[in-house]
Design a binder for this molecule. Structure first.
Ligand code: 5AD
Ligand code: SF4
Length: 484
């Protein structure tokens, strides 16, 4: 069936009975967890229009690239991906189908109209704050327009977005993300986020509570609250006051069925006392925290406008560990920031050893157009960045292996998420976010089980059920969930 032949109603909306059977949307997500969440919400918003998600790009009626602009030649990568998409679009056309191609996310925000000029294959461009307008924009495309929306609209997109069906939520698994905060006012000199995602805003607590209740009702057991600067959360509470992230976490922990809470990504400056205390008080708050430091050198931290020193960062970690001694930490690091010397790198390596990270991401500095650091003198040559990255990654890897090896023989709760690589195996997450492979029946997906770690692999841990017989067939009850 061709796009053109589909019956169209007076408003230009395709006939629902017809499209329910036929329309498919393929969404490719790049970058951070917020993009994964946004992609899901785009799918939810298109579902009432009769679109079902497909994993096969070739059969899509609507193909969306949800792009990331944080590092490297992000825009160039999108343009080369669009070259491949054009072939799919041409093949669809030869089959008598129209494929609508949309560019969403932070590259869409940064490039806007330019994308339409450079890539004839693109039908619409939608920024991260406007994707609730997708159904309208698709109608514009059906009328022969090529709409661009990169506004920061006054309306709250979350008020307009459709909620996922219970079925869609279940299909996404037992661990889910919920956006609680977006944007950033910190303006680190290397970072595009304040420009692409805009000023910091927090969603009202009541909406987050309602969304989490819906997730729990559909079987979700673990919720990760996400935001570019999540611990700066200060949303309107149901009592009319501003709620902190800690306050929100205590409330979400009361929701029956929610066994585990996490939040990411945090800024060291916003690790407030009540949030640190929550790590000691709240069993549902997992003992794992992503707390990016970016560099271990004070002069680089100052040039990055991080607004904290190395000592500030270490002091926060001391307080966190006093509240929750087994807390596992992860971080982001940038090497080769303008002016970084070998001495600065040594400071970073020393910090890695001092903290003892369970894992960490590390990146070569990449000059982002429009950011202050891109204009700084003393840009570090690419070859030097590569050499430094290799040294840092080796140190991080040693830390990670040491942390994992330390788990050998210990027993902790695993939340089973999905089938494993081998028959009879399930993959679950440890409290510290490690993937753990366990022999267990697939009926146990969605359960928390006590697992003893028996082997440490390169990418995951292996474990066995601590009480296989007693727990056999046991379902996670809300009571167990709260006490986990
Ligand atoms: N170059 C390299 N890495 C960057 N990040 C953000 N901007 C840049 C950049 N210009 C990294 C930071 C951040 C993570 C999400 O991406 O480490 O914490
Ligand atoms: Fe970017 Fe994070 Fe800095 Fe905000 S706090 S500018 S998101 S690195």
């Amino acid at each position: 069936m061709t796009w053109e032949k589909r019956p169209v109603s007076a408003e230009g909306a395709p006939d629902v009975a017809d499209v329910r059977a036929a329309r498919k949307v393929f969404i490719k997500s790049y970058g951070c967890q917020m993009n994964v969440y946004d992609s899901q919400r785009m799918a939810d918003t298109l579902a009432p229009q009769g679109y079902v998600e497909t994993q096969n790009a070739a059969e899509a009626d609507v193909l969306i690239l949800n792009t990331c602009h944080i590092r490297e030649k992000a825009a160039e990568k999108v343009y080369s991906e669009l070259g491949r998409v054009r072939k799919l679009k041409d093949a669809a056309e030869q089959d008598g189908r129209r494929m609508v191609v949309a560019v969403a996310g932070c590259v869409a925000q940064a490039e806007g109209e330019e994308i339409l000029k450079r890539a004839r294959t693109v039908d619409l461009v939608v920024g991260p704050q406007s994707y609730h307008r997708l159904p309208d924009m698709l109608r514009q495309v059906a009328r022969g327009e090529r709409p661009v929306d990169t506004e920061f609209p006054v309306e709250d997109k979350f008020d307009v977005l459709a909620n996922p069906t219970r079925h869609a939520t279940r299909a996404r698994g037992v661990a889910a993300f919920v956006t609680v905060q977006e944007g950033c006012d910190k303006f680190c000199t290397f970072c595009v986020v304040p420009y692409t995602r805009g000023a910091e805003i927090s969603r009202p607590a009541a909406k987050i509570i309602a969304e989490t209740e819906r997730l729990a009702d559909a079987g979700v057991r673990e919720v990760t609250l996400i935001g570019q600067n999540v611990n700066a959360y200060h949303g309107l509470g149901p009592d009319g006051r501003d709620w902190t992230l800690a306050r929100l976490l205590y409330r979400l922990a009361e929701i029956p069925g929610i066994a585990r809470l996490r939040y990411t990504t945090s800024h060291p400056r916003d690790m407030a006392a009540d949030l640190i205390a929550a790590h000691g008080d709240l069993p549902a708050l997992m003992p794992q925290l992503h707390l990016p430091v970016q560099s271990g050198s004070d002069s680089i931290l100052a040039a990055m406008n991080r607004k904290h020193t190395r000592a500030d960062y270490l002091a926060v970690i001391d307080r966190l560990r006093a509240a929750r001694p087994e807390l596992a930490l992860s971080s982001d690091f940038i090497v080769g920031f303008p002016g970084e010397t070998e001495r600065d790198l040594r400071d970073t390596l020393e910090l890695v050893e001092t903290v003892g990270y369970a894992s960490a991401f590390s990146f070569k500095y990449s000059a982002r157009p429009g950011t202050p650091a891109a204009e700084m003198d003393d840009q570090v040559p690419e070859s030097e960045k590569e050499a430094r990255l290799a040294i840092l990654q080796a140190a991080i890897e040693r830390n990670r292996q040491a942390f994992n090896t330390g788990c050998l023989g210990t027993t902790f709760d695993i939340l089973f998420e999905r089938p494993g690589r081998h028959p009879g195996q399930l993959v679950g997450r440890s409290p510290y976010l490690q993937a753990v492979q366990v022999q267990a029946p697939s009926t146990r997906i969605g359960e928390l089980a006590s697992v003893t770690i028996t082997e440490v692999g390169s990418n995951s841990l292996f474990g066995s059920l601590a009480h296989p017989a007693a727990e056999d067939g046991a379902r996670l009850s809300p009571a167990m969930a709260m006490g986990a």
